[in-house]
Write a protein that binds this ligand. Structure first.
Ligand code: PMM
Length: 293
């Protein structure tokens, strides 16, 4: 593969990454964009609505999900990535496989979003290093099928930070340029959805996102993937305790986006773009006025 020097996408505000799950079974939008032409149309729509990046994934990571094989993953994502990239759209590929990342970069993706942070496929960091691609390293403790059993922390902020620091060491040892690394808190991945108390893992990480990403004296850019996740459904539960369905958690996602962007997040990964695109602009104005009163 040709090594193209790439830079991290950036703007004077938090970026918005719109999600296109080319899957029959993703948590919140499984089946909607399973057909390539529907996925391409949706990707274009997300950009028209204000997305800076379109994240294309072919494998569901919902709790309990089983893995699909590489051929099926390639079949799902490559035609979609090729077409969106051809239209000039900044595309990221959501994959844990080096083989899929390599084909996606060749098809025009510019960023590799690896929810396993290089743990699922030992070849991934080297591939990313050779391609000089921006690399999202998410906090991950193991496959989705049994991730809830790994959601055990004495201090979630300290432990996630330490585990991300280990991943940074591991991937940079394979040649990944630290200036192309984005960290992700891994919301919902081996994290309990509690609203308060010691198991409010997602909320504790969100409230300390800058601290989690301050590693080795460097402030790494942070990607926040809170959209429609279980901790929002739990927060917004009905009086009888039944969680709010994920399709009715988009307003809460926007609230998280505003707070995360105001706290300095680099990017938010969201399913519904328009209100989130507004929220990052609100946060940018808020931050600018804080810096220049
Ligand atoms: N969440 C999902 C999939 N990919 N990638 C990153 N970097 N961060 C996330 O939090 C994340 C991700 C699962 O959500 P979905 O199936 O609803 O898209």
């Amino acid at each position: 593969m040709t090594a193209v020097p790439r830079a991290l996408p950036s703007a004077d505000r938090c970026l918005v990454m719109g999600v296109v799950n080319v899957t029959p079974d993703s948590f919140s939008d499984g089946g909607l964009w399973y057909d390539a032409s529907a996925a391409i149309k949706h990707g274009r729509e997300l950009v028209a609505q204000g997305a800076d990046i379109v994240d294309v994934g072919g494998e569901s990571t919902r709790p309990g999900a089983q893995r699909i094989d590489a051929e099926e993953e390639l079949r799902r994502v490559i035609p979609v990535i090729r077409e969106l990239a051809r239209a000039g759209i900044v595309v990221s590929v959501d994959t844990m496989r080096a083989q899929v990342a390599e084909a996606a970069l060749e098809a025009g993706a510019i960023l590799v979003n690896d929810v396993s942070g290089g743990l699922a496929d030992p070849y991934m960091p080297r591939l990313v290093a050779r391609a000089r691609a921006p690399y999202v390293v998410m906090h991950w403790r193991g496959p989705s099928r049994d991730m809830n059993s790994r959601a055990v922390y004495a201090n979630v902020v300290r432990e996630v930070r330490a585990e991300l620091a280990q991943r940074i060491d591991a991937v940079t040892a394979e040649g990944v340029d630290p200036s192309l690394i984005v960290l992700d808190l891994g919301l919902g991945f081996s994290k309990m959805p509690d609203v308060t108390g010691p198991n409010a893992h997602n909320w504790q990480l969100l409230a300390h996102l800058r601290e989690v990403a301050h590693i080795g004296g460097q402030d790494f850019p942070v990607l926040v993937g809170a959209s429609r996740k279980r901790h929002l459904g739990r927060l917004l539960a009905a009086p009888d305790g039944s969680p709010r369905p994920f399709t009715e958690a988009d307003d809460a996602t926007v609230a998280v986006t505003a707070l995360a962007a105001a706290a300095g997040a680099w990017c938010v990964r969201v399913h519904r773009v328009p209100a989130n695109a507004d929220a990052v602009r609100v946060a940018a104005a808020w931050r600018a006025a804080t810096v220049n009163p």
